[in-house]
Design a protein around this ligand. Structure first.
Ligand code: ADP
Ligand code: MG
Length: 354
């Protein structure tokens, strides 16, 4: 990695404190607090309308909150303009200049700097060349955006954001308009580029798989509030709320009652240690089901068994027409095959009051 590609600024800490931001009477952000560590890649995950873009724009200095603070390395930048924050921004929609070559697009932010801050022409050319190689578009500098694929255009947008040596990189659903295979490969690319530059990065997405695969930590936003912040394993294995349990990871949801540490929904019973008695909901991941012995458990109708690789997936229908997926090791195949119905039990579940 050459020195020119490495950030000249050290990785920044971002502290977001009790941010409230409303449009009209509706709070888009309703008391959001979040610490982003220096050099971290944090995914901001939430459904459409949860406030992701508003939070990102507030961090960028494109929106200003009614209350709360944004600090970069402890310095209050809440009301500083975007140009004073050294943020790099990549949007979902390709925002490249159509009439400029790829190289010109990447150089643009440096070339429009005031003379005293502008690098020499040769230095700009060198930096553009290095950034294009970093995003694996070393040969594409002379092309125009229209001559690139969607994925390549987003790489140019990334190189352009990095050209200004940002202290913070903000990406708002940058791969949202691309097809699944391209998204997947760009995910890996972004992770590699992040690790090479070390820039503190916030990546917005509504795609849980993207967030869980890419990020060091995931912050889950719902209705303008953060529900949980944790590493990918934590948020999928230990959801802090019913919303997180339902939004992150696969699974079936059952409504029922907890009594004495056991959740019941019809014939289904699941351990719920520590859960208070009363109306409750249980989220059961495919791997939390097991085959029941004898007349234990609850009966499901076998719809389909899908098997390739080490895991067999059972698609089944329980009483009341509820569809569920259960995952078993391949060795269970013998017990499953040719049976119109089987009995399952729940080994563990995520149980929350309703
Ligand atoms: P996300 O990016 O998670 O989809 P947004 O931050 O864009 O969510 O929006 C959060 C909420 O604020 C939504 O209900 C949206 O309709 C509203 N909103 C966002 N921008 C504006 C705006 N400029 N004017 C009015 N309402 C807005
Ligand atoms: Mg958005």
């Amino acid at each position: 990695m050459s020195a020119a590609v490495m950030s000249e600024t050290h990785p920044m800490t971002i502290s977001i404190r009790s941010i409230v931001k409303s449009y009209g009477r509706y709070p888009a952000l309703n008391g959001v607090s979040l610490e982003v560590q220096p050099g971290e890649l944090l995914a901001l995950l939430g459904p459409s309308g949860s406030g992701k873009t508003t939070l990102l724009r507030t961090i960028a200095g494109l929106e200003f909150p009614e209350s709360g603070q944004v600090l970069f390395d402890g310095q209050d930048v809440t009301f500083a303009g975007a140009s004073d924050r050294r943020v790099g921004f990549v949007f979902q929609q390709y925002a490249l200049f159509k009439h400029m070559t790829v190289a010109k697009n990447v150089a643009f932010g440096l070339e429009v700097r005031k003379r005293q801050d502008r690098p020499a022409k040769a230095d700009i050319a060198k930096r553009v060349d290095e950034l294009l190689r970093l995003v694996e578009l070393g040969e594409m500098g002379r092309r125009f955006p229209a001559q690139l694929s969607g994925g390549q255009r987003q790489r140019v947008a990334l190189a352009r954001a990095l050209a200004l040596d940002p202290s913070v990189l903000l990406l708002d659903e940058p791969f949202g308009a691309l097809d699944a295979a391209v998204r997947k490969s760009l995910r890996r690319e972004l992770r590699r580029i992040h690790d090479a530059t070390g820039v503190t990065t916030i990546f917005v997405t509504h795609d849980q798989e993207e967030a869980l695969e890419l990020a060091d930590r995931v912050a889950i936003l719902n209705l303008g509030r953060i529900e949980q912040v944790g590493d990918p394993l934590e948020v999928s294995e230990h959801p802090a709320s019913a919303f997180v349990a339902g939004f992150v990871g696969d699974g079936a949801r059952f409504e029922g009652q907890v009594q004495g540490g056991v959740f019941r929904s019809g014939e289904l019973a699941a351990p719920a240690p520590g859960a208070p008695d009363g109306a409750a909901q249980a989220f059961v991941r495919p791997y939390q089901f097991a085959l029941a012995q004898g007349s234990d458990g609850f009966e499901v109708k076998v719809d389909r068994i899908v098997g390739h690789g080490p895991i067999l997936r059972l698609e089944a229908t329980a009483a009341g027409g509820r569809r569920l997926d259960a995952a078993f090791p391949r060795e269970a195949g013998g017990e499953l095959s040719g049976r119109p119905s089987i009995r399952l039990q729940v080994r563990s579940a995520h149980v929350f009051p309703v």
